[in-house]
Each structure stands twice: as C-alpha cells, then as structure tokens.
Design a protein around this ligand. Structure first.
Ligand SMILES: [Zn+2]
Length: 306
C-alpha cells in the first residue's frame, strides 16, 4: 500500500550551492500525490514543482527540477533517496528557498526526520514500474543500464586515479531497510581543485568539510576520515536511488551504473518512458503481492503525467 508521513517532519540547514539557510517541512500528502515541492518564498503562481523525471532542468552539479514558470528546486537527490529508501510515496516538501538543505552531504538527517515523524499507511495500493527489457544510456565512458529483475536492485562501479578512491563497486537491494544500512550515511565528495574552481564561479558557496568529503592530492581532508572505506561508490548509488525515484514510483528492476552521474541517471528514465514495451505499471499490496499489469494506456499516462 502507499504510505505518507504521520506528521510533518521539519529540518533546517544551508544550501550547498547558494550557501543560504533554508527551512524545510516534509508534509503528509494524499494518495497518488507523489513527491511535490512547494516554494513558500515564491509569492505569485508557480510555487509547485513536481519531483518528476520530465521536470529535470539541470544535472550538472546536482539534480534540479523546475516548472513552466521558471521556479526550481535544486540538490533534491539526497532527499529523494531518503524518501524512496524509507518507503514514502506521497509528500509535499515545503521550502523557503531554491535548494534542499545539504545537511551533512548524505541522507541521514532526512531519514532520521522521516522516521521521527513516522509513516502512515494509506488506502491505495502502491504502484511500481516493472522493467520489461534492458534499457541503457552511454555518455562517453559513463553508462547506466536498467534490466528486468524481481528485485529493487542498485549496483555500480567507479574508478578514479586518486589513491583514496581507486576502483570501487557495490550493490544492494532496497528491501528490509537496506537503504539505511548500506547507503544513507554515505556523503557526497569532491576534489579540492574542483571546489576552488566552483567557489570562483559563485557555486558551492555552502560547501565545507561539514557537508562533503573533500580530497586533495594527498588524501581525504576531513579530520574524521571516511565513514566507510567504499563511501564513494555507495554515495553514487545513494544518488542513483534519488535520481531514479523521479520516475514517480519505485522501479522493479536492476540499475547498474558505470561512472554514472545525474545526467545519465535522468537520461535512462527518458529512454525507459519513451519505449512503451520497456515497462509496465503494476500495483502492489501488503506482503509484496503484485497485481497483473495495468493496461498500456494507463502506463503511458503514468509516464507522461506531471
Ligand atoms: Zn550526491
């Protein structure tokens, strides 16, 4: 069945790129709302931005969604991952600024806030997008593949010449709280020279060792080091969980990312939903039972909605 929050979960922090402080309230929402952002600081129309794959307007530094009025919300991926990982189908996320607070650069603070608010079971069955054939996107040496699977599987690999990162691979499935155990506390990362360049361009103004792993030529600059030896690939999978939740429902299938990033993660959703033979929408009930597919016309309307 679908779930929302029992109560509003509130958090505040700074935006990674704007450096401005922002207050966020994750409110309960009705069945079939999905995840929707509400910009309380925008006074005229267009304060609503749906967290959907076809509303993504920028993927260069983080995932940004926007609406037809030019109102956008940035750095949504770690929050989207927490909502997906905690099983939240419906929520209205109120923000008084253009960016979700970065917190510690992982999903931990969002998971804690959602868990403290609690989940409420709703009346409608959860819809799931079942992958029916392999879909992949390549961009240079980056590649993302979605394949049929009976699991909600995420795996990936990266290779960096930096000795603190190197080659890493990891995989998990989103069941039994695995998101919280395996991915939620893994932080975003960047290289010092990139951070310095971004600062010179007026970006990453809120970035610090408090909300990212930063690497210089010698190694990890954060005084407490890494939370896990393979924190980097795990964070890449955390990003993938968040980016793929812009599908509007959990994806029943296997995601595999090779040097993946936000752009290819979004591109694979565009390719999936452009091919009506590649997926079907199924309803799931408690206990994990899966209904026969909803008709292709419903699947089409689901894919193009909002
Ligand atoms: Zn990230």
């Amino acid at each position: 069945m679908q779930h929302t929050l029992k109560d509003t979960a509130s958090l505040s922090g700074i935006g990674l790129h704007s450096g401005a402080s922002v207050e966020m309230h994750i409110h309960p929402a009705e069945e079939d709302t999905g995840i929707v952002f509400f910009r309380s600081d925008v006074k005229n129309g267009g304060r609503i931005v749906a967290a959907r794959w076809n509303r993504v307007v920028d993927t260069r530094l983080c995932t940004v969604v926007g609406n037809e009025y030019g109102v956008s919300v940035g750095t949504i991926e770690h929050l989207m991952a927490a909502l997906r990982g905690c099983g939240v189908d419906n929520a209205v996320v109120e923000l008084n600024g253009p960016e979700v607070p970065v917190m510690d650069g992982s999903s931990v603070a969002f998971v804690e806030a959602i868990r403290a608010a609690g989940l409420a079971r709703q009346a409608e069955p959860r819809r799931v997008i079942r992958v029916l054939k392999e879909i992949s996107v390549e961009d240079g040496n980056r590649k993302v593949t979605l394949s049929p699977s009976d699991e909600f599987a995420f795996s990936g690999e990266i290779d960096f010449t930096h000795p603190s990162v190197g080659r890493q691979s990891f995989g998990t499935t989103l069941v039994n709280g695995n998101f919280v155990h395996d991915l939620a506390d893994c932080r975003t990362f960047g290289f010092l020279h990139e951070v310095e360049y971004m600062r010179s361009q007026g970006l990453a103004r809120g970035g610090s060792l408090e909300n990212a792993i930063v690497l210089d030529e010698k190694g990890v600059m954060n005084p407490d080091g890494l939370r896990r030896p393979d924190e980097f690939i795990r964070h890449k999978l955390l990003d993938a969980v968040g980016d793929l939740y812009l599908a509007g429902a959990p994806i029943l299938g296997a995601y595999h990312g090779i040097r993946a990033g936000h752009a290819v993660n979004n591109a694979v959703l565009h390719r999936l939903f452009a091919d009506l033979d590649a997926f079907e929408i199924v309803r799931t009930y408690d206990g994990g039972s899966v209904s026969p597919a909803i008709s292709g016309i419903s699947a089409h309307s689901f894919a193009v909605a909002g």
